[in-house]
Design a protein around this ligand. Sequence first.
Ligand SMILES: NC(=O)c1ccc[n+]([C@@H]2O[C@H](COP(=O)([O-])OP(=O)(O)OC[C@H]3O[C@@H](n4cnc5c(N)ncnc54)[C@H](OP(=O)(O)O)[C@@H]3O)[C@@H](O)[C@H]2O)c1
Length: 435
Amino acid sequence: MSAVDVPVALLGYGTVGSAVDRLLAENAEDIERATGHRLRVVRALVRDEAKERPHAPAEGVLTTDLARIRDDPSIAVVAEVMGGLEPTGNYVRELLGAGKPVVSANKQLVAREGAALFRAASEAGVQLRFEASVCAAIPVIKVLREALVVSNVHRVVGIVNGTTNFILTEMEGGAGYEEALAEAQRLGYAEADPTEDVSGADAAAKMAILATMAFGSRVTLADVGYEGIEGVTGEHVAAARSMDMVVRLVGQATLAGERLDVRVGPALVDRHHPLAAVEGAFNAVMLQGDAIREITLEGPGAGGMETASAVVADMVSVIGTTGTGFLQNDACWRTLERLPPGEARSPFYVSIRVDDVAGVLAQVALRLAGRGVSVARLVQEQSNGAATLHVVTHEAAERDLRSALDEIADLPETRERPTALPVVSDRGVAGLGWA
Ligand SMILES: NC(=O)c1ccc[n+]([C@@H]2O[C@H](COP(=O)([O-])OP(=O)(O)OC[C@H]3O[C@@H](n4cnc5c(N)ncnc54)[C@H](OP(=O)(O)O)[C@@H]3O)[C@@H](O)[C@H]2O)c1
């Protein structure tokens, strides 16, 4: 079946807009395979057509005239990636009114003007999607709206602003607030004017959207009590540490009976809580509900490509659910060979019980090295003339490790067959401590 050509348009061709164009072009085959359609950016609204752009669009795509998008009947969906409230809100309403489905990455617009925009979309009978407006690449809106439709979610707790989370993580490492903010700005995590992030306003807008989706009741920015991190000091961070906790900017939306409460502010989080593990510019959202107990989604909450991936996913969803829909049921499009048993690679923990005699360590190390398995960490524990060797290896093929362990099992000094378990760690095995 040949692909259907689907012209689409963008409002804005900045960081996110240009990334959407690139993603659509670079992944055209994947999208076509999944949907049978080929989405192609034919028009992008900007302020200044002549501006130098790092990723220039195709000839003739840029325009400063909204009517060239609104009045073009071939354009099937429009992504609003220009930001701001005005004229953006009017543009989106005009497009919806003209029967164009719209996808938006604009949390302030959705949080403040959602009611009017969704009304306009309903009246026109078109979709308005906004996955990218909350936590960029994390598909939390889709999960709330589609996967958890019958789960009665009554609490949403999240770290939904990467800039403040980065600053607080830096402060945990000993930096002062100003120093941490400067570092965030240097790395591009914070704007030159960081007010919206550090004041909690950005997180509040996202929590308003999440609460609206979770509880099915309109929550606007005015409903969210918020406080930023400007007042967080090194003393707060140290006090939290002494109680085995960390300071995080936490958004909480709670449905208690028929009443809801949505707030954002600095909080102390137990180090064993999933949100304590969210470090740097990452975001995480925990959803609690009757049927699901608890689900945590974590990932990059900002960035041009990350945001663009959510915009593209929404555009594909709009196209895939328009008319009779065409998202293909069977996601399998290729046949892949199976990795032969034993070839999968991992670091391993190995426990070897041996006689406590001179030279045994060298014998063990020799057998491991002979099979190309290198040792990252080794601890020897002695008791009653025997010794247990606790070994963590660098990444190795399971087959090679098993062969080495067979040889070690045959050594006269080995008392029991060695045992091995894979190690899961993303901080490198050499840095692992021993409990
Ligand atoms: N960047 C991120 O990491 C990120 C993450 C999550 C959400 N978002 C959201 O995504 C949206 C876009 O962000 P961005 O970083 O891509 O912004 P950006 O780089 O500043 O790009 C904005 C684009 O919109 C155009 N534009 C702005 N005002 C316009 C107007 N009045 N008329 C016509 N065109 C106009 C600009 O045109 P010119 O090029 O001619 O100036 C530019 O192409 C915002 O709502 C933002 O909150 C961004």
